[in-house]
Design a protein around this ligand. Structure first.
Ligand code: DON
Length: 304
């Protein structure tokens, strides 16, 4: 199949909508991003990489980092991780605190902010340089040491991380945070501020389409069993309170970030990443979701 044509068709389908949606304004450097950008990459296990538009331009991966941080922590703790996290969709915005009190400080899943902070805490406990742990993991997956943290963005987010700090304190009061709040929130903000291009995100995530083995270097990143579970969590919890709508429209495990990127996995076949900075009301890329919807319409790749 010629995926170049597939990407061209998707790009012309979304063209009238490019620039739609609102850029994330609560992190000042993200508020300055031009919303009229669009890039998409596809990494197929059979035929390799295909790109269109701004696919080589690096953007802030934000919450897409939660998938990689979780994969690291899941590797370290195995199923013991579920004593600190649940695996249910939250049906609430990514930064919501409301369920934490009634659920005794145990976050609904690793992909909402509360869950990602618990994951960051696990990494802080295990790594000598916790604020660089996810960066180093991604550099290995992408095989490129030029991948970096946007430090200006990380700092801006740390200054405004009132909700994340509140959440971390709250979970600490329930005994579900082992390290200092500042250290955990710093590590979390640093992982969110890693910049990757669509072409790099599909390479980094390719193990998720390939039962846990990186198809480029043939190294095992996660076990087959863990990989299936990460994909299940992405499908049910990866796009927050829009997870049902994304399952209905796109039908793929996916993880979004407020930088406007979305990583989607087609188990056994491919990874896709789309970047368009304008967000919908749930914080998912508006044009990005449309592009993925078109992708599964054209290819029949929905898992449903
Ligand atoms: O915690 C935050 O607010 C951000 N650094 C990450 C949020 C994010 O990307 C949520 N995704 N849609």
């Amino acid at each position: 199949m010629d995926y170049t044509d597939t990407l061209r068709e998707i790009a012309s389908h979304v063209q009238p909508y490019i620039g739609s949606g609102e850029v994330a304004s609560y992190i000042p450097p993200l508020a300055k991003i031009d919303p009229r950008q669009f890039g998409m990459a596809l990494y197929t296990l059979d035929e390799g990489l295909f790109v269109i538009g701004d696919a080589y331009k690096r953007f802030s991966i934000q919450s897409i980092s939660k998938v990689f941080a979780f994969a690291m922590a899941f590797n370290l703790l195995g199923d013991d991780i579920w004593s600190r996290l649940d695996r249910e969709p939250s049906g609430t915005p990514f930064n919501s605190l409301v369920q934490l009190e009634v659920e005794y400080g145990k976050p609904r899943n690793p992909f909402i902010n509360a869950g990602a902070l618990v994951v960051a805490d696990i990494l802080v406990s295990h790594f000598a340089q916790p604020s660089l742990a996810v960066l180093q993991y991604l550099r290995r997956l992408v095989a490129d040491d030029s991948v970096d943290i946007d430090l200006e963005l990380a700092k801006a987010e740390q200054h405004l991380a009132h909700r994340n700090i509140a959440m971390a304190h709250f979970m600490k009061s329930f005994g579900n945070l082992q390290n200092g709040v500042d250290e955990v929130v710093d590590a979390y903000c640093n992982q969110c501020a890693i910049a990757l291009s669509c072409a790099e995100v599909v390479m980094a995530g390719a193990f998720l389409a390939n039962s846990g083995t990186c198809p480029i270097r043939s190294t095992v990143v996660t076990s087959r069993r863990q990989t299936r579970r990460i994909n299940a969590l992405m499908a049910t919890c990866g796009t927050y309170d829009a997870a049902g709508d994304v399952a209905y429209r796109v039908g793929l495990p996916a993880k979004s970030g407020v930088g406007g990127g979305i990583l989607a996995v087609v188990p056994g076949k491919a990874t896709a990443c789309v970047w368009a900075p304008g967000l919908d009301e749930s914080g998912n890329s508006l044009v990005g979701t449309m592009a993925l919807e078109r992708l599964t319409e054209i290819t029949g790749w929905s898992i449903f």
